[in-house]
Design a protein around this ligand. Sequence first.
Ligand code: DGL
Length: 267
Amino acid sequence: MPGPILIFDSGVGGLSVTAALRARLPTATLDYVCDNAMLPYGTKADAWLVSRIVATCTSAVRASGAAGLVVACNTASTLALRELRARLAIPVVGTVPAIKPATRLSTSRVIGLLATSATVNRAYTQTLIDEFAADCRIVRVAADGLVGEAERQLAGLAPDDGVLEAALAPLWAQPTLDTVVLGCTHFPLLRRRLEASAPRTINWVDSGAAIARRVVDVFDTSGYAQGREGRAWASAPSARLAATLAGYGFTSLEALALPAETLTLPR
Ligand code: DGL
């Protein structure tokens, strides 16, 4: 039987893709790793982030015995996928903003991209837009504050509606915008609140289903039988995080072992 599928994110954002993965692979063992000591990733320096992401994933893959890694983080995927694939001996599926599916839904051809500041500015994102959305106007909105609000919500606290409203205002200033790409895996966790704040009906597009499809295509998922319970690792484990993860089927949480040189942010 293949080893677990390990889901990685900076924080709880990767939990937004677990339902889609479980729907496609109900008997696979899913494990989870998050680098919550360094949240949010979207505002950190690229070069440091690459080594931190590689160290985090390498350590967790070893601990989990994972047979495949899902980088359930746009900010990490648009930066470090190549490096991860070079350094890990298992298949790696990444997450990129769902620009292409959004173009299939938009009638007005005005599409919002709601993501971290890193993701909205990355060359990877520009290439996606050039390739798949050349006939659309993409309104890029950096919404790093929503990462913290999604974390708050999953910790059982109420998100700050003021932060949500301020983050979304640039989208609603576009009268013909009809589709919004949730280009950060934290944002689907706020979906109900995002919908409630919209002044009209919007097509909300996230990457969950596409990631699950890709996993089935890329990983050897043929031999999955009922596996063990999901385990989790975090760079800053806490009782609160353990309770949140348990709610998503990850029943044990351990501290992640990381090399000393990745432990502090560069000055
Ligand atoms: N969940 C991550 C993403 O999809 C980002 C959160 C962060 O900035 O740490 O981009």
